[in-house]
Design a protein around this ligand. Structure first.
Ligand SMILES: N[C@@H](CCC(=O)N[C@@H](CS)C(=O)NCC(=O)O)C(=O)O
Length: 214
């Protein structure tokens, strides 16, 4: 049995849950992190010394880092689907996963999202919000150019690259910010929202993550 530790509101847990659902894997998810704590126990530190979620345990094989977990599940259970079968397309999927975690994620989640959930409206740094918003829009513009003529990031079907990048789009499209018209990204997001696994594991209202006054 595959065990996944992590609260369902965590963007990084959502990637692993979305991949698990797309692959149809039997699993159990155990709440940890956020209001559930549990990450500060010695037992959890044995699983992930960073004390962060997600962590997976696949029949005794323990792994942390959401993209590594997604990649492992795709390579193990989805070769030819979530993990493209050609080495070139698999490398391209890796490339976009790395782009997502090193480029889009830092500006969108710790940069922008956190300002709207962990900072009160009174204390919100609007200059920082504007700067981050500009950076995020430039990343989205790059993605928009790439998506021209493609249904998904690598081609005609969903891969692990879409899990890493696409999971971030729900937050991008639900933040109270101005977004320029980017037709390819918008069509791509609509495509993702029509998938049950995306609806079930990524489109999770984040309003109750807000601190009072945020
Ligand atoms: N790079 C790590 C980041 C993991 C991470 O920051 N997880 C957050 C939730 S999104 C966490 O565990 N925060 C502490 C908590 O929820 O208690 C990954 O991709 O898995």
């Amino acid at each position: 049995m595959l065990t996944i530790w992590g609260r369902k509101t965590s963007i990084n847990v959502q990637k692993v849950m979305w991949a698990t659902a797309e692959l149809g894997l039997a699993h159990e998810r155990l709440d940890a992190g956020g209001p559930f704590a549990k990450t500060d126990t010695p037992e959890f530190a044995q699983l992930n010394p960073n004390r962060l979620v997600p962590v997976i345990d696949d029949q005794g094989f323990v792994l942390w880092e959401s993209n590594a977990c997604t990649r492992y599940l795709a390579n193990t259970y989805g070769l030819g689907t979530l993990a493209p079968s050609s080495p070139e397309d698999r490398a391209r999927a890796d490339q976009w996963m790395d782009w997502s975690i090193t480029t889009l994620y830092p500006d969108l989640i710790p940069g922008l999202f956190v300002q709207f959930v962990r900072v009160t409206a009174a204390d919100r740094n609007m200059a920082a919000v504007a700067a981050m918003q500009q950076r995020v829009v430039s990343h989205m513009t790059l993605l928009d150019t790439h998506l021209a003529g493609r249904a998904y990031i690598i081609g005609d079907s969903l891969t692990m690259a879409d899990i890493a990048v696409g999971a971030l789009l729900y937050r991008y499209f639900t933040l109270p910010i101005e977004r320029p018209a980017l037709a390819n990204v918008e069509a791509y997001y609509q495509r993702l929202t029509s998938r049950k696994a995306y609806q079930d594991h990524v489109m999770i209202d984040w309003a109750n993550m807000k601190i009072p006054g945020a």
